[in-house]
Write a new protein. Structure first.
Length: 98
């Protein structure tokens, strides 16, 4: 599903929180989080200007090198458990599929 479809899926029913989904989207870049985790920010379109990401995937530190190697504007497919996070919607327990 797209970022927009994933957002609608979570918004449609609170019971969808914690369900595993697969998202294909465009990388907006990554950043490090406390504890060694890496956050990959995603969107349905290429990032233009200074927009803030409202959809991200959280990867554990053992995957940091692979996630940080993803180029901005690259299309990726990721699976993870969807939930509301502090900065928007987050996928946790993420796996990079493509």
């Amino acid at each position: 599903m797209t970022v927009a479809e994933a957002t609608a899926f979570l918004g449609a029913d609170e019971a969808n929180s914690g369900k595993e989904i697969t998202v294909s989207a465009i990388s907006w870049g990554s950043n490090n989080r406390m504890g060694g985790q890496v956050q990959l920010n995603l969107g349905d379109k290429k990032l233009e200007g200074m927009a803030s990401a409202s959809f991200s995937c959280i990867f554990e530190k053992d995957q940091a090198a692979a996630i940080q190697a993803i180029a901005k504007d690259a299309t990726v497919t990721i699976s993870g458990k969807i939930a509301k996070g502090a900065g928007g919607i987050e996928l946790t327990e993420c796996k990079l599929l493509q």
